[in-house]
Design a binder for this molecule. Structure first.
Ligand code: ATP
Length: 366
């Protein structure tokens, strides 16, 4: 059982910072997801723990022992890669048993453990098959088997589902979740897919630009994002960001649409922004209500595109003068709302759910 602790871990390639001052604790048995756009430093963070990349600064501890300079073989961390990295000329049995063979485990024990692992992953019937004629999902299970057979202290997974089709991804996702919980192994899992991250982890570590932006539960990062980056990265479709001014009556006006986008906030909500004349208003597409008739205190816009999604639809709406300045909004509405291209609609907002962000720093201000 293992607790992992990164302290001020930095990795530089020449002048480029791949990760900068990473401070992160993953508790014993915890499932942590590193999430962020391509190139933000997720894989580097994982590789530093595996010992495959040497940090330029900082320390990594496993259960209180500094492992920063410990050889990868002696860290007892098992890594699963996106491309599975299986040995094509070996059978499933040989692939799963390989880490034990390398460690000199006797044949009898090896046989037993391979059987045990294959049963856990529900693939005993595949043991004598060649890797080449397995499906992607089956190969993924073999890769997981090879990783868990040594009973590692830490499980490291780098986009392990990236090469699977959407349906298989869903079923492997829940399999990994159950497996991690049953084995109770401390796990760090890298993905750039926010939906996958939200559904899998206890702890989300949102990264951007070599830095950790926020660490929190899926609920926290969704409902209480610390800054504009996190707010925009988490949630689908992405949050709308609107540059607004605010007056003494609590009316916000979009700077690109002025009176066409004027909305009176409830006094206690407006109070949050009392120190600001201008800020960035953040509204998730789900927090608008689309009215097809005029209503009081509403933002009038014109429907540009509708995308049916079954019970819901995504509607792109333009507010303001089409020839002059305007604001584009993305809104999610029930499919029963009759909105068509060119129609006028009136939007109201659940303003208890809006966020405000500082225009310069991007920090959330309410
Ligand atoms: P992706 O999701 O695309 O895999 P990532 O978030 O995992 O991205 P990293 O692979 O950790 O990001 O890379 C972080 C930065 O470090 C990138 O700018 C990358 O180009 C750089 N980098 C990573 N490995 C090396 C290397 N071996 N040599 C030089 N630069 C590297």
């Amino acid at each position: 059982m293992t607790k992992v602790e990164y302290t001020d871990v930095t990795k530089k390639y020449g002048d480029e910072l791949a990760i900068e001052d990473i401070n992160l604790t993953v508790d014993d048995g915890e499932f942590a997801i590193l999430l962020g756009p391509s190139g933000c430093g997720k894989t580097t963070t994982l590789r530093c723990l595996a010992g495959l990349t040497e940090p330029s600064g900082g320390t990594i501890e496993m259960d209180g022992f500094d492992v920063t300079d410990v050889h990868p073989k002696n860290r007892n961390a098992a890594m699963v890669f996106q491309n599975f990295a299986l040995y094509p000329h070996m059978t499933v049995r040989e692939n799963i048993g390989y880490p034990l063979r390398v460690h000199g485990t006797d044949k009898e024990t090896r046989k037993e453990r391979v059987k045990e692992v294959a049963e856990t992953l529900e693939i005993p019937e595949l043991l004598d098959r060649d890797i080449d004629n397995l499906s992607g999902g089956q190969q993924q299970r073999v890769a997981l088997g090879r990783a868990i057979i040594r009973r590692p202290s830490v499980f490291l997974m780098d986009e392990p589902l990236a090469n699977l089709d959407a349906k298989l991804k869903m079923s492997m996702r829940s399999r990994i979740k159950v497996l991690q919980r049953d084995l109770g192994i401390t796990t760090l899992y890298v993905t750039h897919d926010q939906e996958e991250a939200m559904s899998l982890g206890d702890k989300l570590v949102v990264m951007n630009d070599a830095n950790i932006q926020q660490i929190g539960s899926p609920d926290e990062v969704y409902h209480e994002p610390v800054n504009r980056f996190v707010a925009g990265f988490i949630g689908s479709p992405a949050m709308n960001f609107i540059d607004v001014t605010i007056d003494d009556e609590g009316v916000v006006r979009a700077t690109r649409a002025d009176e066409d986008f004027a909305y009176r906030l409830e006094p206690d909500i407006a109070d949050r922004y009392s120190d600001y004349d201008e800020f960035v208003l953040g509204v998730r597409p789900q927090y608008f209500t689309v009215n097809t008739e005029p209503v009081d205190n509403a933002i009038r816009g014109e429907v540009e595109v509708t995308e049916p999604q079954g019970d819901e639809q995504i509607i792109d709406i333009i507010v303001g003068d089409e020839d002059g300045e305007s604001v584009d909004l993305t809104v999610v509405a029930p499919s029963t709302v009759a909105a068509h291209r060119g129609d006028d609609v009136w939007l109201t907002v659940d303003d208890t759910l809006v966020h405000g962000f500082d225009q310069q720093s991007g920090d959330r201000i309410g």
